[in-house]
Ligand binder design. Structure first.
Ligand SMILES: *[C@@H]1O[C@H](CO)[C@@H](O)[C@H](O)[C@H]1NC(C)=O
Ligand SMILES: *[C@@H]1O[C@H](CO)[C@@H](O)[C@H](O)[C@H]1NC(C)=O
Ligand SMILES: *[C@@H]1O[C@H](CO)[C@@H](O)[C@H](O)[C@H]1NC(C)=O
Ligand SMILES: *[C@@H]1O[C@H](CO)[C@@H](O)[C@H](O)[C@H]1NC(C)=O
Ligand SMILES: *[C@@H]1O[C@H](CO)[C@@H](O)[C@H](O)[C@H]1NC(C)=O
Length: 791
């Protein structure tokens, strides 16, 4: 009973919505963490009130403004042991002139990993900021932490978890009747999930006893030894029951096998000292660890207290976790973010290259034919085109580097932004996987003509056109790179490139794009580690029809996935991948992808659009509703989030995407429609001409997109940069309104408020009792600011 209950929370509903005849997919994804009752986002310009050393000046160095601001805001809260540091991923965005400064709190020299300020500064003014700093005194580093652990069992948190689990279990019952488990296959699947998840639940919520014999034999944790915490996290994280059993059965052996390198600095240091752990079961790479504090809610839920944790970056076959595990009570997992995001789960003078592909704008094979398209890279976004990268930054190059050239030019789908290849084995290797080689004439022209076959041969039939599919994935992904670049997802903002042309940010992170990935069906996912580490996208075949449908050919799915990389890197800064992990934030992480995919395919003739309908072979696609201005077709409102079935990030995301769809169409009504989302290319002297794309420049940058659809993409991206880590719907809405204030002087203030309020996200919208899983009770609000009423 209890097993089933927990399985239905994290896997059941999503997996069960899939094609019931399809292969059972065993990917699981954990995502939860405490909510911080003190976190807040302030979107009004801040007046520094003290007589500081820094008189307000338009020309003030934004970093000075930030430092001054932090000290002003945190007056009385800073001390020898409570301090802050400005993170190195702070940057000035040339497209808006806004400097985004990311500040991390430190206590006793350790980072408080969820205590952030994001401060948005322009012309010497703080425009807005988010603040989730810990407000209490620094805990004594000399105290006995084990005592603390027993004293604070997080009762409320556990009650919430349990209540939530029951709620979802009854939903599951409603959906599937009393036949739980439904059949042997699914029963086995639930068992697979259940064992580790029961452990997770118990470990989190068992107050006085440690779970399982393994924990009982290891009650006294040495906080300087990270191995027990890591091993116990793996028990919860692995989807494989044999690995769980192996760890539980051979606990000490595993512990001893794990090799730890790096220094154990328990004492204060300036930067987190990373420790590296090898031989960790079910990982595919060395685990990175460092000691930090995280905040957990106090029992009354009104403030937070600090827990000493090990932060792990754990790369597994299908997940890439950032987890915090209590250093004192290693069975207690405080928070987990999966850097991997699943897409929808339904039921069911070198030569420019050319590609035979479904052109940009053709969403999928049902919408148009393939054509030969040029490598029309954007010279600002991809200065050396899509098929070149420095020898030094090429992980596949191990020969000598020619003395006369810096760039290597490839004849394959391998370049500075994207490494595209097949991944039939579904493993992590990618460098030597098959990719098309077009040779000297650079013509990626391959056959795509799938035949109806027996089901047994359907996969081979798809394998037969792999080079067409990889070419398509490469083409779409590069265009998305270039498009987002032009709206401000640049190197400093943490975009994905092997080489950053000295324009800031961290090198070494092209997107690894795997076509026909063998690790699943009927889905897709994207893993976003922090800037400087490759993002990884996996596209699957869909067995929803014969011949199989190939997700690589449905641009909307590819765009949705790549947008996870965008929103994760832009929210909370390039080096913080933990800002869209769960609840409303995680949901919006899905929603932005749907919104951008829909916007990219839309034309001047308005139409409703469904997500993934070709791949899923369902006219209404994989969401509950198509995106539509018609309330009968898509009735989602803010309050819809309270409904059963809306606890998962995809359903939450659907509501957010629907709201953005309305916002964007109201801007289109006001400003018209641009057939091309790509801004004009720069002139030879580097100036970007206005064309029919931007409004006539008033001499002062930044350029303002002229039309409603381009403006809405710009505001959405700018909003991502302005909003705080772990934003709520309200924060994201306010950030978009602030982005308009900054870009246009607020000319769309009323248009935006009215559009948001159409689906209940007006000024008086409210939520009480949000939980880490996005629960709570919401009220739609339809109010707009007073000065908008008469319009
Ligand atoms: C690659 O192409 C660039 C021109 O885009 C050229 O400067 C460079 O020398 C080429 N590299 C090699 C090794 O030929
Ligand atoms: C795809 O292209 C590669 C490299 O040119 C080639 O080795 C392979 O046979 C091709 N695969 C198919 C199925 O045509
Ligand atoms: C919009 O509709 C009109 C009239 O049906 C048609 O002529 C035009 O080609 C359409 N435009 C686009 C971009 O689909
Ligand atoms: C909205 O959709 C419903 C159902 O498809 C339809 O009956 C109705 O006419 C539509 N309303 C408008 C204004 O188009
Ligand atoms: C760049 O060239 C354009 C067109 O020749 C000209 O209008 C513009 O002033 C130039 N910009 C700069 C910064 O020189």
């Amino acid at each position: 009973m209890r097993c089933l209950l927990i399985a239905s929370l994290l896997a059941g509903l999503s997996a069960a919505h899939l094609n019931p005849n399809g292969p059972v997919k065993l990917r699981k994804s954990l995502g939860f963490g405490p909510t911080n009752p003190n976190a807040a986002y302030y979107s009004n310009p801040y007046q520094i009130t003290t007589n500081g050393f820094l008189p307000h000046s338009q020309d003030a160095d934004p970093m000075d403004v930030a430092r001054f601001f932090v000290e002003d805001t945190l007056r009385g809260q800073l001390s020898e042991s409570v301090s802050y540091k400005i993170r190195p991923d702070s940057y000035t965005d040339p497209t808006t002139g806004i400097t985004h400064v990311y500040v991390r709190q430190t206590v006793n020299g350790l980072e408080v990993s969820d205590a952030n300020m994001n401060i948005n500064i322009k012309d010497g003014m703080v425009l807005s900021y988010g603040n989730s700093f810990f407000r209490g005194p620094a805990p004594s580093i000399m105290g006995n932490p084990a005592v603390e652990a027993v004293r604070h069992p997080h009762r409320e948190y556990c009650e919430e978890l349990t209540e939530e689990l029951f709620k979802h279990h009854s939903q599951f019952r409603q959906s599937y009747g009393d036949q739980v488990p439904m059949d042997n296959g699914r029963a086995a699947e639930y068992q697979q999930f259940a064992a580790p998840l029961v452990h997770l639940h118990e470990s989190h919520c068992q107050h006085h006893e440690l779970p399982y014999e393994m924990a009982e034999t290891k009650p006294a944790a040495d906080p300087a030894d990270l191995r027990p915490a890591l091993l116990q996290f793996m028990v919860a994280a692995t989807p494989k029951s044999d690995v769980v059993n192996d760890i539980l059965g051979n606990y000490d052996e595993h512990l001893n096998k794990m090799s730890v390198t790096g220094s154990h600095h328990f004492a204060p240091t300036d930067d987190p000292v990373h420790i590296f752990v090898d031989n960790v079961p079910d990982t595919v790479n060395t685990v990175k660890a460092h000691l930090a504090y995280v905040q957990v809610p106090t029992e009354d839920g009104r403030s937070t207290e600090l827990q000493l944790v090990w932060k792990f970056e754990v790369e597994m076959q299908d997940n890439w976790y950032e987890a915090s595990v209590s250093a004192i009570a290693p069975h207690r997992i405080i928070s987990v973010v999966d850097w991997a995001s699943d897409a929808p789960i339904p039921t069911p003078d070198k030569k420019a290259a050319e590609y035979n592909v479904f052109p940009w704008g053709v969403n999928d094979p049902s919408e148009g034919d393939r054509k030969i398209m040029k490598e029309n890279f954007d010279s600002l976004a991809s200065p050396v085109g899509w098929h070149s990268l420095p020898y030094d930054n090429d992980p596949s190059w191990n020969g000598a580097k020619p003395s006369d050239s810096f760039y290597r030019n490839t004849t394959t789908t391998w370049g500075n932004n994207v490494f595209a290849q097949e991944n039939w084995e579904g493993q992590n290797a990618y460098i030597t996987n098959i990719r098309p080689n077009a040779g000297k004439d650079m013509s990626f022209d391959y056959k795509y003509d799938p035949k109806e076959t027996d089901k047994g041969d359907a996969k081979d039939e798809a394998y037969g056109y792999i080079n067409a599919t990889v070419s398509q994935l490469f083409y779409t992904s590069n265009l998305v790179h270039d498009l987002y670049y032009r709206y401000g997802f640049t190197e400093v903002a943490g975009n994905f490139q092997q080489y950053n042309f000295g324009r800031g940010g961290r090198d070494g992170d092209a997107v690894i794009a795997n076509a026909q990935d063998g690790s699943g069906y009927n889905n897709a996912n994207f893993m976003t580690p922090p800037d400087g580490q490759n993002g990884r996208m996996r596209m699957y075949l869909w067995n929803t029809a014969i011949p199989y449908r190939d997700g690589d050919l449905e641009a909307g799915i590819v765009i949705h996935e790549l947008s996870h990389g965008l929103s994760t890197r832009l929210t909370g800064g390039p080096l913080n991948s933990g800002c869209l992990g769960w609840g409303e934030s995680g949901g919006m992480g899905e929603g932005w992808g749907d919104f951008l995919a829909t916007t990219i395919r839309s034309t001047s003739n308005y139409s409703d659009y469904a997500m993934g309908s070709w791949a899923a072979n369902r006219p209404n696609g994989i969401r509950n509703y198509p995106y539509s201005l018609n309330e009968t077709v898509n009735p989602s409102t803010y309050q819809t989030l309270d409904k059963p079935g809306y606890w998962g990030v995809h359903a939450i995301g659907e509501v957010w995407a629907q709201i953005l769809w309305i916002v964007s169409n109201r801007l289109i009504e006001a400003h018209g429609f641009s057939d091309d989302l790509f801004p004009p290319l720069p002139l030879e002297n580097g100036t970007v001409p206005e064309g029919d794309f931007y409004r006539p420049a008033t001499g002062k940058k930044p350029l303002i997109p002229k039309h409603g659809n381009t403006l809405s993409v710009q505001l959405v991206l700018n909003g991502m940069k302005l909003q705080p880590c772990q934003p709520s719907f309200f924060d994201a809405r306010d950030a978009i309104i602030l982005a308009d204030e900054q870009l246009t002087g607020g000319e769309n203030f009323c248009t935006l408020w009215k559009a948001f309020s159409e689906r209940g996200l007006g000024q008086d919208a409210a939520v009480v009792g949000r939980t880490p899983w996005g629960g709570g009770v919401r009220t739609n609000g339809y109010a707009v600011p007073t000065n908008c009423k008469s319009e």
